[in-house]
Design a protein around this ligand. Sequence first.
Ligand SMILES: [Zn+2]
Length: 1046
Amino acid sequence: MGTENPNRPNYPLRPAATPFAAQQSTTPFLPSGPVVGSEASAFRPAPPASSQFPTPPFPTGPFVGSEAPAFRPPPSSRSNDLVRPPPSYGSPASGFQRFPTPPLTSTGQVPPPRTSLAGQAVIPPPTRPSPGPVSLLSQPQPPSVPMGTPPQSIKTGQSNPNVPLPADQHFSPSTPNSQPSSPPMGPSYAAPRGTFQPAFPGYTNTQPNSVAQAPPTQPASFPLQQGSYAPPSATPFLAQQRGYVPGPPTSTPSGLYSGNQVQQHGIAPPIATSQTLAEDFSSLSLGSVPGSFDAGLDAAALPRPLDGDVEPKSFTEMYPMNCSSRFLRLTTSGIPNSQSLASRWHLPLGAVVCPLAEAPAGEEVPVINFATTGIIRCRRCRTYVNPYVSFTDNGRKWRCNICSLLNDVPSEYFAHMDATGRRVDLDQRPELTKGSVEFIAPAEYMVRPPMPPLYFFLIDVSISAVQSGMLEVIAQTIRSCLDSLPGSTRTQIGFITYDSTIHFYNMKSSLTQPQMMVVSDLDDIFVPLPDDLLVNLSESRSVVEAFLDSLPSMFQENMNLESAFGPALKAAFMVMSQLGGKLLIFQNALPSLGVGRLRLRGDDTRVYGTDKEHMLRVPEDPFYKQMAADFTKYQIAVNVYAFSDKYTDIASLGTLAKYTGGQVYYYPSFQSSIHKDKLRHELARDLTRETAWEAVMRIRCGKGVRFTSYHGNFMLRSTDLLALPAVDCDKAYAAQLSLEETLLTTQTVYFQVALLYTSSSGERRIRVHTAAAPVVADLGEMYRLADTGAIISLFSRLAIEKTLSSKLEDARNAVQLRIVKALREYRNLYAVQHRLSGRMIYPESLKFLPLYGLALCKSTPLRGGYADAQPDERCAAGYTMMALPVKNLLKLLYPDLVRVDDYLVKMSAQAEELDNITKRLPLTAQSLDTRGLYILDDGFRFVIWFGRSISPDIMRILLGEDFVTDYSKVSLSQRDNEMSRKLMKLLDRFRESDPSYYQLCHLVRQGEQPREGFVLLTNLVEDQIGGANGYADWMMLLFRQIQQNA
Ligand SMILES: [Zn+2]
């Protein structure tokens, strides 16, 4: 066979275990020249006629040009390499193998016996090295670092003593990384330091001296109404049950983690429930007489987003022609008219855009083909024609709503005006009536023919990839999706596998089997047979199927521990760079060989809390950023799937996704028996969801305002052009807005999102979303038009970015500080008028802001310190949250908690019962009844919690005899009884409500520690967790800080 790696004589043959016998190939390696090849020359780059996208998405000259010389050694030296076989692979003459007929089983893989092939070496049974990376018995998601202080019990109200933490056993000691990070790649990646510290140029304390004389006059726009949160007079003092320790009131904690207890005394005096408050703000009773101790806070009266994300309606009513909020949300729809007003807002000012959000049936975005007319755009600012342009001069001119330029109406687009000044053809012009349209772009929007959908797979086949079952699951899933990949007959596909060497696969349609070629020279990567590694799926379908069917068994005996990830990545780039497309990476280990190899880091607890802490969350080796830049340039989006039970440096690997518009999927300690459904679902969605290719996006806005920073997974191509090699409905992007002029004179500001992309069907299209927002001169109006979901979405991204340059604590404090400043400003506006000195007041629109802020500080990327989340877990969550649409993010921060046992037990009245159980509960242990069965759903996983006193019968019915065993080893499956069917149906229903991720079930029994702590209790964000404040404490803390200097 000759595939033995001489460097690792202890390991059995690697690809020799494949069912493909080695044969001498008749196809010699081709020189690397054809990587550029004849196909590239077939592209006829057209000059970019549109100035909207001044930088063409592709280099217009030689497609693979001088920009990538490092990856393409000169042909002369290459040809020398090619005439001799790679030394470490003894397959005669060519150095690569050819596949014989593989066993063509369908998706169910039965690995053939090792001795089934004549002439094949008999492989010794796998001897797993003792420190093997995979343990088949490992638990589903047991973090090897336990939560710092998982709450140990329910309803005890005791604060938990800190448990000494074992160091992460997977990490070998190493010195903390002190290497500076590579420079940021573009203006948007500048360290976010300072973004949380808005200047205060216009800030003044509005009514500092008017306490005594302020008349309680209501602003005209606030009709009198009872406040939503005036507490009932007979409020039980819940805080006492929550373990508050009385203390001197002066020791005000200053931060989320600065103190476990908020000191309070006494009971709140009853406050008249008839107290009048404005409709647009609410208040919470937090104190009694000024100067006295703070009184109890009625925890039950605290606002909770139990209906999920509720978008503000007033805005859409004001501008019915705006695009749907699923595509664009502003943090406040009241655009401040001056910089001084903007500086008093304190919260992020900006937008969250999800350009391809899925629209329900009947609300699809209309597609418009202007054909020979050409797309109507403003001559000056290149805005697309939209419902807010105005026609004048009897329909011969139109005025741009963004820059006010008067444009000529092309004769082909001319229509008469009716008596009311409307174009007579308005009913046939969706672009003039709808906020979202899609234009079919003519040839001048292309620099080459629209690319075909292209999926390239880079698959780790080292020992852990095989033994965890990952390889088999992905091979089966990819095969099962072949019919539903977008692009029909245009779709292209290709594969590379790797361990300590790189394996290419010739999939040429004329072959009956794929040919495998092994390249072992990691220092000088070249691509054999560059023309046949990427193939048209429909033409080579049988070869691709044969490959996927045999892939798991090919490597089933592989004992190779190494990972030549970096060289394999470069090889994938070389194969894909002609066309672009999506690169899906499946990585099981820390890259260990060749360029881009990574080392263990993050195991030194002393780094935490120092100014070097953030280095663990940024890539150490500039190789990954450089590769990401190259991928983006050549329209390649990278999705990273990571599976290891050990540290794999997601901080570095995730960079590939971050800068290419991609996504990170993380399955720590992947075991097929536990995680396969989740991987199958999420990979299938990744492969089959509608995707926009080779895209660029720009958000225009009216004069006087400007988007100044962008936050999400992309790379900036110019100051405001986002390069997105691939986009789909699951990706959102955020941007911060600032005022360029001291004073805005217009009454409306318009926004227009334009996404230029290639559809899977091969059309070049421009999706355009347009929205208008009023300019306001009053801070109260800004608050009234605020959108908490958009604010939190932008907030989260800023905070996560801050963890890349600062301590976690600093990032949390920044969140807290901005909330305090915003609410203090609000208080200054209204409190005095309403004599609300003992109350915390806040705008109705922002009533959930403090709670979401708290949840953000407790989310995986930001929470705690060293022991509270593994570095990989933190980084993966951070990359994920940077791309999440608003609704998904809010659900992750404040998951749904529902009680289901009543519903399961009752046999009738299903319809109404179903509505009842979707009633969400506050995320606190006080919501949990020991006799109950609860489901927590954060969109990524289910936690099913069994109360201690739940009937053993129910447990037996749902879990069979497993109910007495360790729940970490129990997986929920449908049993032959009505109750089990109902439960599974219910879970399916939850999953269907948002298919972007798949929720795996984690079962936990009350009191099962520490599992209950890290599986469930850390998600109960209203409780004290690991030294962080609970909701009531948090509100007290904010209240006191708001009072200071007020
Ligand atoms: Zn214009």
